[in-house]
Each structure stands twice: as structure tokens, then as C-alpha cells.
Design a protein around this ligand. Sequence first.
Ligand code: SF4
Length: 63
Amino acid sequence: MSEIIIDTYLCSGCETCVEMCPDVFRMDPVSEKAELLTTSPVITDEIYQAAAFCPEKCIEIIE
Ligand code: SF4
């Protein structure tokens, strides 16, 4: 099963992933870190791009 893991310790809260994939990522309003909207996402090219553009490189994709 596909999985996305966000290392919230490293996440800087830049919101790049949310801007690129708003149906997958959102900001946790309390921690101001990225979190997932779904636990079993379909891994699209946009998600790979968001992971590539993450400045902290803290989005891991497991397929
Ligand atoms: S792109 Fe990376 S650092 Fe920025 S909010 Fe998303 S997970 Fe956090």
C-alpha cells in the first residue's frame, strides 16, 4: 500500500506542499506543520513534485 510520511520535526511550515497538492496536504493549525488529509493517497506526479520541491526534504513516498 502506498504511503506518504512527513517528518514533522524537519518540516518548516513553508506550505509549498499544500500549495502544490491541496487535496493531499494541509497545515496543522496548532503545530503549523504539514499533515496529510488522507491515510491512503493515490501517489500522483504532483505528489512526487511536492516532495521534490519540499525545501526540508521531509516528505517521503513509499510505494
Ligand atoms: S513542503 Fe516540506 S517543509 Fe514545506 S510545509 Fe510541506 S512538508 Fe513542510
